[in-house]
Design a protein around this ligand. Structure first.
Ligand code: SF4
Length: 406
């Protein structure tokens, strides 16, 4: 099937095309990136139809493992870009989800329903249990719809878990991975050579990303906010095309290295850090660009250090996750934000979350207070997971926030 876009989703697709053809007309690398974005889900649907194993995957740590089996993951985050009001209506009216339910849960559940009706080839879903209660409800609903849903336990490393307690957690996580592999492939045995190759590949991507983020300190406006957001998203799932995603990274490194330093550009940019998921109200990114902001720091995809290549690849996957900001407690992300504040000389934080997510709002308030006490101002934004126009109020707040920092 090809995705049939709602009016709002079509508008946002036009926004991406505009960013590709006009805003980033100077950057073939970002143009290629946006082509990967646009084709991701439909190409995955086609691959599924032609016999490739394709799954919906909402678990970032698993991506190298999924690729190592020859399967293609389609990240939940992409559901937001293609789903609109229709998906929300399905969840609220057909599934009777309360209106205040998180928009991510409503958008994904509604979109899966609509795609099932339209004959999707992707009927397997991999999510995590105990991530949040609304999603647990969605898993049950999707099972009843006939999807093959698998959820793995969140392996949460609390602050202070070290020594033998930590090693116990590592062993538990390894067992989880074998169980997931069995669901995905029919066997608990993991192809370690293939997984090792995926880890080496991911390390190369992260090195490229580090280089890009360093070069962007000299050229903060070469890649605008929507472009860098999607580049960062791709680091998790590669848009189903790892080689092409690496080509984008290589090409962008080349572009940035070839630019002359422009002191005026550097001095005009207001360095910002984006925390939280990506918003699908693309007007937010334009508002940041227009006000002179530059997103130079991110915390959602770890890229600061490599996977260990000298140890067993399954263990490497586990230790990378448990020693990154994705390990569980908010304090790990806070530490990454703090390091990035120093690295890029951030003048402000954009704390972004989805409407209806109580977990996220508590975390954002903790970050706000912590960084406020350190003299770093922040703006707390809530938006929808599905596409839509940003409200005038949000755009005004962003503009006022960045102007205050200038
Ligand atoms: S945004 Fe919050 S409520 Fe929504 S799915 Fe994620 S954790 Fe759950």
């Amino acid at each position: 099937m090809s995705t049939v876009l709602t009016h709002e989703a079509q508008e946002q697709l036009n926004h991406i095309r505009h960013s590709r053809d006009v805003v980033h007309a100077h950057s073939p690398a970002i143009q290629k990136l946006f082509n990967l974005v646009i084709d991701y889900v439909d190409d995955a649907e086609r691959a599924g139809k032609n016999g490739t194993k394709v799954i919906w995957a909402g678990v970032p740590w698993a991506m190298p493992l999924i690729y190592s089996t020859g399967a293609i993951p389609v990240a939940f985050s992409e559901m937001g870009r293609i789903s609109g009001r229709d998906a929300i209506t399905v969840s609220e009216d057909h599934y009777q989800m309360p209106a205040e339910t998180c928009s991510m849960v409503k958008a994904t559940a509604g979109e899966w329903y609509l795609r099932k009706q339209a004959g999707t080839s992707i009927t397997r879903i991999f999510g995590s249990s105990s991530a949040c209660e609304p999603y647990n409800l969605a898993w049950e609903v999707m099972r009843k719809e006939g999807f093959d849903v698998y959820t793995s336990d969140i392996v949460y490393r609390a602050p202070g878990v070290e020594g033998e307690r930590y090693e116990e957690l590592v062993r538990y996580f390894i067992e989880e991975i074998h169980e997931f592999n069995e669901w995905l492939t029919g066997s608990r045995e993991i192809d370690r050579d293939s997984l090792h190759r995926e880890i080496v590949r991911k390390n190369r991507m992260m090195r490229s990303m580090r280089e890009i983020m360093d070069l962007r300190l000299q050229h903060p406006f070469h890649v605008k906010s929507l472009g860098i957001m999607y580049l960062m998203n791709g680091l998790t799932h590669y848009f189903g095309k790892p080689e092409e995603y690496q080509e984008v990274l290589d090409a962008l490194v080349g572009e940035l290295q070839g630019l002359d330093i422009n002191e005026e550009e550097r001095s005009q940019a207001i360095p910002l850090i984006w925390t939280g998921g990506n918003g699908q109200e693309f007007g937010i990114y334009d508002a940041i660009d227009n006000a002179g902001g530059s997103l130079l720091g991110f915390v959602s995809s770890p890229y600061a250090k490599d996977y260990r290549e000298e140890i067993d690849p399954v263990e490497s996957l586990v230790r990378f996750q448990l020693e990154s900001q994705m390990a569980g407690a908010s304090i790990y992300r806070r530490d990454v934000i703090e390091r990035q504040v120093d690295r890029i000389g951030a003048r402000g934080l954009i704390l972004y979350g989805y409407l209806g997510c109580s977990f996220g709002s508590v975390t954002r308030e903790m970050y706000r207070e912590y960084f406020h006490n350190k003299g770093i101002p922040s703006i707390n934004l809530e938006g929808t997971f599905q596409v839509g126009a940003a409200s005038g109020q949000i755009l005004t707040r962003i503009k006022a926030f960045i102007e205050m920092l200038s």
